[in-house]
Design a binder for this molecule. Structure first.
Ligand SMILES: *[C@@H]1O[C@H](CO)[C@@H](O)[C@H](O)[C@H]1NC(C)=O
Ligand SMILES: *[C@@H]1O[C@H](CO)[C@@H](O)[C@H](O)[C@H]1NC(C)=O
Length: 306
């Protein structure tokens, strides 16, 4: 291998790494299903053959047996993959059958939830069909037959590059007399900018909807996190409130969303300025009301009355 070739392959590696950055093939985390199975056999054409990690493009000959195939044809036929919860999905790759009948893949529709993310354009001899840079949250992927082509759905492999997303609530406890406060919501493990939206308040005379500020942080490649913030105006900090933070895709119409509750808990400190005599001791008191676990009372002598 020449030095030039070596650099070329390194560049290719870097490029491949960029496409699947922070993501792995998560297809096996889902359950595969399809309209029906070729000749109803137990052995050949089962839907899970498309997520068995085997991209072999040969039908059953020589016991390759790694291709899913429906009996139903056209728009009525489908293969789908259902995840137990929403995942971040950045890229879907369909691997074709290569020994015969390769054209069946033409015009298959690829959907994440209800959202159509692309259609296959068949090229003779091409084994992999990429649908990249999707940046969606999804729970179900459907590969649907084409109305214009009376063909079954046949797949050697379906790879789904993406990852798990976790939302962490960044709520807080604040003093009733606080000025505006910011709470947050952190999405971890995503590799593309998502959008945060918030709910949990109603407009009233003292607080308008647009008094609340929504800040969408950028995705941080190093920490693999994105932080969304909600700025709560002073006038809304009167009682305990639970806000809902919702994460959705920025690039596409959301297929799925994820939500979490973020509390803003308000406590009060009321001090009794009456002097209470108890023997030789004098007791003055402050009462902290609310759910505070963290409030600390400090005492300081301001002036001495002689
Ligand atoms: C797969 O998709 C089809 C067509 O949209 C639907 O009828 C079927 O219920 C789906 N399967 C599962 C397991 O959700
Ligand atoms: C998110 O909120 C938590 C809890 O209030 C806080 O400790 C953290 O610093 C906040 N993070 C950011 C990035 O604002």
């Amino acid at each position: 291998m020449s030095l030039k070739n070596m650099f070329d392959s390194l560049a290719l590696l870097a490029c491949f790494n960029y496409i699947t950055q922070g993501t792995t093939n998560i297809a096996a985390k889902g359950t595969a299903a399809q309209t029906d199975t070729y000749y109803g056999t137990e052995r050949y054409g089962r839907p899970e053959k498309a997520i068995d990690g085997n991209k072999d493009g040969n039908w059953k000959y020589n016991d390759h047996n790694s291709i899913s195939l429906t009996v139903t044809m056209g728009a009525e036929s489908w293969w789908n993959l259902t995840f137990p919860k929403p995942y971040f999905i950045n890229s879907i790759v369909l691997w074709n059958r290569m020994d015969a009948a390769s054209g069946r893949i033409d015009d298959l529709a690829v959907r994440v939830g209800e959202v159509l993310v692309g259609r296959v354009v068949y090229q003779h001899g091409q084994q992999a069909y990429h649908f990249d840079e999707l940046g969606v949250l999804g729970k179900q992927i459907t590969i649907q037959g084409s109305a214009s082509r009376n063909m079954p759905v046949q797949l050697a492999e379906v790879e789904v590059f993406g990852g798990e997303v976790t939302l962490i609530p960044g709520g807080k406890e604040v003093l009733a007399e606080s000025s505006s406060e910011t709470i947050n919501c952190t999405a971890t493990g995503i590799s593309r900018t998502m959008k945060f939206s918030w709910s949990g308040w109603e407009s009233s005379d003292i607080v308008e909807n647009d008094d609340f500020g929504v800040l969408n942080g950028e995705y941080d490649e190093t920490s693999e996190e994105q932080v969304g913030k909600l700025v709560i105006p002073e006038t809304a900090i009167t009682e305990d409130n639970i806000y809902t933070c919702t994460l959705s895709s920025k690039a596409h119409q959301p297929s799925e969303t994820m939500s979490i509750e973020v509390p803003l808990l308000v406590y009060k400190v009321e001090c009794n300025d009456k002097i209470v005599y108890s023997g030789w001791n004098t007791i003055i008191s402050c009462i902290i009301s609310g759910v505070s676990q963290t409030a600390i009372v400090e005492w300081r002598l301001v002036s001495e009355v002689k």
